[in-house]
Design a protein around this ligand. Structure first.
Ligand code: ADP
Ligand code: MG
Length: 395
């Protein structure tokens, strides 16, 4: 199979597989990490978000087994795991390997005929940095399973949407992380040089939006703060619960039913200031996604400045999911001339992004690194990305 992208399969992946399992892998598959351009904590509120896949990917070398077990090891985490598919929820879920075995389990639950797999993982998406290494792992295993078991109905745009649901189920039910679906959709549906508009209200198909930075002499800078980020420490679920509570108090189906002009009328009906802030974030954030898409479709990156500023302020002040590291990255990038900047992902650490003129990339990066060291913060990891393609077979 010819591959339009330069192949960057980690050199030692095949050897690691042969060492571990004493046979050849049947193939290598990969799935990308992602950054969300705008639209945070909107997926579980039936809202909109706008991720792009990034060239940091997770690779898996894999081969079928005849039993119903997964044997898996990762080049990022020590120790080999063997996990049985049957009785998975009651038994050993394999720690980090739950993200991988969960995909086989969820495929099985959805009625697909799967058996076990031998897998070696090598991920270049930094773990726990808000760039979605978890979905990259799930989706790389998912496309490997689709090919190795010749599963039907999971190809093409519609099939990939079904496959994304399977991966969400793996993450929710097996790994136990209550994520909302953006990450898996990005990893399975994104296209190079485009952003992916996802609408979580009903069953609407995703829309590919032009995002050709290079044509505008712009770059997308990822600023991984390396600040502790974890979705399972309860904060993510807590925000999700607050949104549900607000929906119940207002007697709505979801927050998607509200538009910014409704807020003045609706917010006073909520029982607390905290709920008012949460609702204001979600409703204005969905509106900002719509405006961002309109700007990109009419060739106007300039409009992103105000939209990203407002989005970051909303997450910092109303949704309260920012932190010193994220604010330092965003404020410094903007002060040094970034066209737009905001935190991205679930929050509480993780990464921020900036859209920067290519000729300012070094200057902005250096300024952010210096600001972190001046504030006594851990050195951030800074790297420019392009919008990459979705999960695929590499070999
Ligand atoms: P994020 O998705 O933003 O990187 P998460 O907390 O959702 O952060 O997922 C990170 C977790 O996913 C890791 O702690 C680990 O359990 C699992 N994971 C992801 N990539 C790998 C990998 N290459 N090897 C082992 N585990 C991985
Ligand atoms: Mg994740």
């Amino acid at each position: 199979m010819s591959n339009a992208h330069p192949t960057t399969i980690p050199a030692e992946l095949g050897d690691a597989f042969r060492d571990a399992f004493g046979r050849e892998p049947s193939g290598v598959w990969s799935a990308p990490g992602r950054v969300n351009l705008i639209g945070e904590h909107t997926d579980y509120n039936r809202g909109l978000c706008l991720p792009v896949a990034i060239p940091r990917r997770t690779w898996v070398a894999a081969a079928r087994r005849e039993d119903r077990r997964m044997r898996i090891l990762s080049r990022q985490v020590p120790g080999e795991r063997t996990i049985a598919l049957d009785g998975l929820l009651e038994g050993n879920r394999g720690g980090w390997a739950a993200y991988a075995v969960g995909v086989l389990w969820a495929l099985d639950q959805a009625g697909h005929e799967v058996r076990g797999l031998d897998v070696v993982v090598d991920g270049r998406v930094p773990l726990g940095s808000g760039l979605s290494s978890s979905a990259a792992l799930e989706c790389a295993v998912a496309v490997a399973a689709v090919d190795l078991f010749a599963l039907e109905g999971l190809d093409g745009d519609d099939g990939r949407r079904r496959l994304a649901e399977v991966c969400v189920r793996a993450e929710n039910d097996v790994a136990g992380a209550p994520t909302g679906g953006m990450d898996q959709s990005a990893a399975l549906l994104a296209r190079a040089d485009e952003a992916l508009l996802l609408d979580f209200d009903g069953d609407r198909p995703p829309v590919h939006v032009p995002f050709d930075l290079a044509a505008h002499d712009l770059a997308l800078l990822v600023m991984n703060t390396r600040a502790e980020h974890s979705l399972d420490d309860g904060q993510y679920g807590n925000r999700r619960g607050e949104c549900l509570a607000a929906v119940a108090e207002l007697g709505l189906g979801s927050l998607r039913e509200l538009r910014p002009p409704d807020l003045e009328r609706v917010l006073p009906r909520l029982s607390s200031e905290v709920l008012r802030r949460r609702v204001r974030h979600v409703v204005t954030e969905v509106d900002r996604v719509t405006r961002t898409v309109a700007a990109l479709e009419s060739d106007g990156f300039a409009a992103l400045t105000a939209l990203f500023d407002a989005s970051h302020a909303s997450m910092r002040d109303d949704f309260e999911i920012s932190c010193a590291e994220l604010d330092t990255a965003v404020d410094t990038a903007r002060a040094r001339g970034a066209l737009a900047a905001r935190m991205t992902g679930g929050g509480f650490g993780g990464s921020a992004i900036a859209i920067v003129r290519t000729d300012l990339l070094d200057e902005v990066s250096e300024a952010v690194a210096t600001a972190f060291s001046d504030c006594g913060l851990r050195e951030p990891e800074l790297f420019p990305v392009t919008a990459d393609g979705s999960a695929r077979q590499e070999r």
